[in-house]
Design a protein around this ligand. Structure first.
Ligand code: NAP
Length: 287
C-alpha cells in the first residue's frame, strides 16, 4: 500500500511542496495553524485535518515545514499536537530550517518514542518549491533517507545525504551563510555601481556575462533593478538563520568575521516592514 503523507505548515514553501506531493500521486493530509491556507490544497485533492494529532492518525510519514524551533515545538507538543496522535513506528521529516542541536534533540526525543526522524531542510526558494526543483539536504539513518527518496524527489530535484541526524540542518546553515554573504555582496556592489553613475541593469548584465554569473544573482536581478522586494525568502527568516549561524559558530569555537557582520545587518529586531520583505531588501540598509 502506498504511504500516506501528512504535511504541516502551508506557508510560502509548504504550500508549493505539498501541492507537488499530491501531483506525484501520494495521498495527502494537511494541517495549517491558519486554516484558510489549507483551502488551495483541499481544492486539488488533499484531506484537511483539524489538528496536528489528526494528521498523525491519518499518515505514515509526517512532514513539518514551519518557521523554526518554537513552531516545531508547538506542533509536536501543543494541545492536540502531533505526538498525541498515533506516531509509533512512523516517520517524521522536519524540513524547517532549525539549528543542528535542535535536530539532534528531536532525533533523540522521537527515537525514544519509536519514531524515525529525518531532518531534511531545503536549498532553494519559492520558485524552485513550485517547480519541484529544491535541493534536499537530508540527515538521519541512510537507509531511512533512501526509503524516503521517492517522496523527497516529488518536491526536489536532488537529495543530498549529509550524514547522521542533525547533519542536514548543519549543511543548511552553512549554505545560508554563503547565501547571505552573496546577497549582501551583490547589494553592496550594485549600490557602489549606482553611486558611481552606472545603471544597475548594466552592472547586472556585466556580472551575468562573466565568471560571477549565478542562479541567485539572476533570481534577484529584477528586485535589485526595481527596488521592490516581494518576499520569496523573507528577511525575517534570514535574520533567524543568521542567529542560528552565530550560535553554531560559538558552539564550535570558530570565527566568522563576515557572518558576524551579517547577523548585525539581518537583524531579527528590524522594523516589521523590512522583516516582511525578501532578504534582498538588505540593499535598503546601505547608505
Ligand atoms: P512562512 O511562509 O513564514 O510559513 C511558516 C509556516 O509555519 C506557516 O504555515 C505558519 O502557520 C507556521 N507556523 C509558524 N508558527 C507556528 C506555530 N507556533 N504553530 C503552528 N504553525 C506555525 O515560511 P516559509 O518561507 O514557508 O519557510 C518555512 C521554513 O523553510 C522556514 O524554516 C524557512 O527558514 C525555511 N526556508 C524558507 C525558504 C524560502 O525561500 N521561503 C527557503 C528555504 C528554507 P500560519 O500560516 O498559521 O502562520
Amino acid at each position: 500500500m502506498q504511504q500516506r503523507i501528512g504535511f504541516i505548515g502551508l506557508g510560502i514553501m509548504g504550500q508549493a511542496m505539498a501541492a507537488n506531493i499530491l501531483k506525484a500521486g501520494f495521498s495527502l493530509t494537511v494541517y495549517n495553524r491558519s486554516a484558510e491556507r489549507c483551502m488551495p490544497l483541499a481544492e486539488i485533492g488533499a484531506h484537511v485535518a483539524a489538528t496536528p494529532q489528526a494528521v498523525a492518525d491519518a499518515s505514515d510519514v509526517m512532514i513539518l515545514m514551519l518557521t523554526g524551533p518554537e513552531a516545531v515545538d508547538a506542533v509536536l507538543h501543543g494541545e492536540s499536537g502531533l505526538l498525541a496522535g498515533a506516531c509509533k513506528g512512523k516517520t517524521v521529516i522536519n524540513m524547517s530550517t532549525v539549528p543542528q542541536s535542535c535536530s539532534q534533540q528531536l532525533n533523540q526525543q522521537l527515537q525514544g518514542r519509536g519514531i524515525t526522524f529525518v531532518d531534511a531542510p531545503v536549498s532553494g526558494s519559492k520558485i524552485p518549491a513550485q517547480q519541484g526543483t529544491l535541493v534536499i539536504l537530508a540527515g538521519g539513518a541512510e537507509s531511512a533517507v533512501q526509503a524516503l527518496e521517492p517522496l523527497l524527489l516529488s518536491m526536489g530535484s536532488r537529495v543530498i545525504y549529509c550524514g547522521e541526524a542533525g547533519c542536514g540542518s548543519a549543511m543548511k546553515l552553512a549554505i545560508n551563510l554563503l547565501l547571505g554573504t552573496m546577497m549582501e555582496g551583490l547589494a553592496e556592489a550594485s549600490h557602489l555601481a549606482e553611486a558611481s553613475g552606472l545603471s544597475s541593469a548594466t552592472f547586472l548584465q556585466a556580472v551575468a556575462a562573466g565568471p560571477l554569473a549565478c542562479g541567485l544573482f539572476r533570481i534577484k536581478e529584477e528586485m535589485i533593478i526595481n527596488g521592490h522586494y516581494p518576499p520569496q525568502f523573507p528577511f525575517r527568516h534570514m535574520a533567524k538563520d543568521m542567529q542560528f549561524v552565530q550560535q553554531a559558530a560559538a558552539d564550535r569555537g570558530v570565527s566568522l568575521p563576515v557572518g558576524s557582520l551579517l547577523a548585525g545587518m539581518f537583524d531579527p529586531n528590524a522594523p516589521v516592514a523590512l522583516l516582511d520583505q525578501d532578504f534582498a531588501a538588505v540593499k535598503c540598509l546601505l547608505q
